[in-house]
Design a protein around this ligand. Sequence first.
Ligand code: SF4
Length: 349
Amino acid sequence: MKLLMHTCCAPCSVYCIDSLRNEGIEPVLYWFNPNIHPYIEYKTRKDTLIEYSKMINAELIINENYGLKEFCRNVIDDLDNRCQNYCYKVRLEETVKYAKENGYTAFTSTLFVSPYQKHNILKNICMELSKKYDIEFLYRDFRIGFRQGQEKARELGLYMQKYCGCVFSEKEIFITHTNTKPNLPEGFEFLPVKRNIIINKEKNDKKQYINLLLEADPSEKIIEEYLKDGDLFVLRYKDDVACIAVVTKLDNDTVELKNIVTKEEFRGKGYAKKMIKYLADNYKQRYKKMLVGTTENNIPFYVKQGFDKYEKTIKNFFVDNYDKEIWDGELQCMDMYYYSKNLKKKENT
Ligand code: SF4
């Protein structure tokens, strides 16, 4: 199946792409959203999607037609029914036309993930378009994964919009505060979200965490070297930094977990484990393997987290590279042991 997926924004695409990929379907993303106003909001959402598609190695086609005037002309006479009368139709029809003209065999939309959209109306529009253009409509009720996708998007630091798109929806959110009830498929309900724990990639001033990083790696010089190009992730519990980790890219297939440390008061609560799971989920889209170098005492911990393949030993690493002797409890650290985790292997959860 060659699937073109109309994509309204990066956060909504997260669950749709993940679940389609789990089915073995690789969607090509299609951006056409003349309903997003003002322009700076349109550009921010579009740029976020471009960034996210690169991050996960997904193909993205951008239709650059902003189309503000045409959008307003077409909805102004019947604002109450603007979604179903124009907004859904224009975006989906443009997607279907592109799919038909460019050899795709099916289409769908990330709009099916949002419990705030009129799901059945969208579905009917897609079925009509499918008949009209003689192309398969791949229907999935992605709404069950809405919260999961949004949480992941937030953790990845993606821009999260606050309103649907048009100026009228912006006004409804910020002025009338309409409390639209989300609409889930029968038999499903939102589970309470654990909002206390959030993991983010730190983009600014990574050096502010140096003291904490030094607890796991006592050489400032070595830390600065890998921090320069490394990705630094921060796990916060109720706004407190609980655990941090640094990951660097080694080659096209491999990343290395260079440092992971949990603040003393948060130790023994599974935060490092959570962080490693998050990192594995994050990097598995683009990389095959995650490497970690560790002291002898910590090998069992990493093996339990899936770093179960022994790679190599660097003899006297801790003696040759550090000014002072390093002790881990009763044991002087001498050799560095490398283990790897296969990021493509399915985990038993
Ligand atoms: S509320 Fe959303 S779906 Fe409806 S017209 Fe505005 S942008 Fe389109």
